[in-house]
Ligand binder design. Structure first.
Ligand code: MN
Ligand code: MN
Length: 467
């Protein structure tokens, strides 16, 4: 073998050469990755709303020995607890060997996704067609939500206080719904508009029927016939929509994408890809050194507001109740804790290179992405993790054999985004953004890579199991 030149040696010693994750993936990880991604796709199909994700996560947690945590319970290492916040957010913990005064390891992700919510008075008829009015939730590109099959999921609280769950489109043979676009033959004027204006918010009306109520001479016979079907099926009347949360979501199943099946296409991967990684890693954690906590938050897509969002005191109350069980102060726990704010990042898309900066982008198949900061216009709104925090994560990930990358979300001033990282950091918890790179983020069919999905899980597990 020829001796290496000085240049080769120095190159190896000094340069940070990036290698595709598939050139580094072990045979063992490849097997685990495939199994993990099958489970992940099932999880996506089972949970198309934050409520459904909570239900499914609780089902999985109970099967692994997690029990509801109530104030005043005693705790010991290895105990597994969960607490549901109003059916829409979920907190889980595995008690560690060390006292919570030495800090906990937190994986925090959000389980709400961009979608179309029904308005409180949604039902109407126009030209003998039945529609539901919607109000979009989160940052959608409106033109992407027309001319695709859609499902309706959610809950309706009736006048008497009883509630009924709705999930139309889930079961084989279910009908779907859609929002029409204009035919190209007549779209000359519409086509001149910008993408942003081509479809407006008030045009996002869901087509839900066309058959008039039979043998009736009155007006709005299609609307009446639809309400009659809903009354027979769910026992509801029109006014019950007032106290309902009904979400219109894409009617796509999670699928392998590509001849090589290396990618996953599905609705809602932002941020259920990280939510599932945090959850699955916690379920696979037996007796950690530090107590491991998984937070699955709601309302991130509208600013983490409200009683079920990351700003809610529900998280602090859960942590405080756990701390009380060990008679330690919440403040002491927080100041020694560490959080990976697990939220997706933008993967470089070679078909749209413009808004990315190639040297600092996340790439498909380069592993879980860490972001020192997010935000926009000069890191605005970002928690901007310290060098020490990033250093800790580097060491932890490398020691566990995690394939990872460091990235920004887009070029400077090209846009940006926020996560729950700042809310964790403001609680006096060291926090770093971490997440799976996604292409076509916030679209009805988002794309991730299996390798990156699995490495997000492996990274969360490394955090939960660090000493
Ligand atoms: Mn997100
Ligand atoms: Mn998002």
């Amino acid at each position: 073998m020829e001796e290496k030149t000085q240049g080769q040696l120095r190159r190896e010693a000094l340069l940070d050469v990036k290698k595709n994750g598939y050139d580094r993936l072990t045979a063992e990880d490849e097997v685990a990755m495939k199994a993990y991604c099958e489970d992940y796709k099932r999880f996506l199909d089972a949970g198309k709303t934050e409520r459904e994700v909570v239900d499914e996560a609780v089902r999985l947690a109970q099967a692994r020995g997690f029990v509801p945590f109530t104030r005043g319970m005693t705790v010991k290492p290895g105990d597994k607890f969960y607490r549901i916040n109003r059916g829409k957010a979920l907190m889980l913990a595995v008690i560690g060997e060390k006292s919570m005064a030495d800090g906990v390891s937190i994986g925090a992700a959000h389980i709400d996704s961009p979608r179309l919510d029904l308005k409180p008075q949604p039902v109407y008829e126009d030209t003998e067609l039945g529609y539901l009015k919607t109000h979009y939730y989160g940052g959608i590109r409106k033109y992407q939500w027309v001319a695709i099959p859609l499902e309706l999921h959610g809950v309706i609280v009736k006048k008497d206080g009883s509630s009924v769950k709705v999930a139309i489109g889930t079961n084989p043979g279910d009908p779907v719904f859609t929002i029409n676009d204009l035919l190209p033959h007549l779209a000359a004027e519409q086509s001149k508009k910008s993408l942003n204006e081509g479809i407006t918010g008030e045009q996002l009306n869901l087509l839900v029927g066309s058959r008039p109520f039979k043998d009736d001479e009155g007006s709005e016979r299609v609307k009446l016939a639809i309400l009659d079907i809903l009354n027979q099926k769910y026992g509801i009347v029109e006014a019950d929509f007032i106290s309902a949360e009904l979400e219109v979501v894409p009617a796509f199943k999670a699928s392998d994408v590509g001849f090589d099946r290396s990618l996953i296409g599905a609705y809602g991967q932002d941020d259920r890809v990280c939510g599932y990684a945090c959850l699955a890693a916690l379920l696979d954690t037996e007796v950690p050194t530090h107590t491991a906590v998984c937070m699955l938050a709601d309302k991130e897509e509208v600013g983490s507001t409200g009683v079920s969002g990351m700003k809610s005191a529900a998280f602090d109350t859960f942590m405080s109740d756990l701390c009380d069980a060990q008679r330690v102060s919440l403040k002491s726990c927080y100041e020694h804790s560490f959080c990976l704010s697990a939220d997706v990042t933008a993967a470089f898309d070679p078909c749209f290179p413009g808004p990315y900066e190639k040297r600092n982008s996340a790439y498909i198949n380069y592993g879980v992405g860490f972001a020192k900061y997010t935000g926009s216009r000069g890191k605005g709104g970002s928690s901007d993790a310290s060098a020490e925090v990033v250093g800790f994560v580097r060491r932890t990930m490398d020691a566990a054999g995690v394939i990872w990358q460091i990235a920004e979300l887009g070029a400077v001033d090209a846009g940006g985004g926020g996560t729950v990282a700042s809310m964790m950091a403001e609680r006096d918890i060291d926090t770093l953004d971490a997440g799976t790179p996604v292409m076509a983020m916030h679209s009805p069919f988002e794309i991730t890579s299996k390798l990156d999905c699995y490495m997000t899980y492996k990274g969360m597990k490394a955090l939960y199991q660090h000493n």
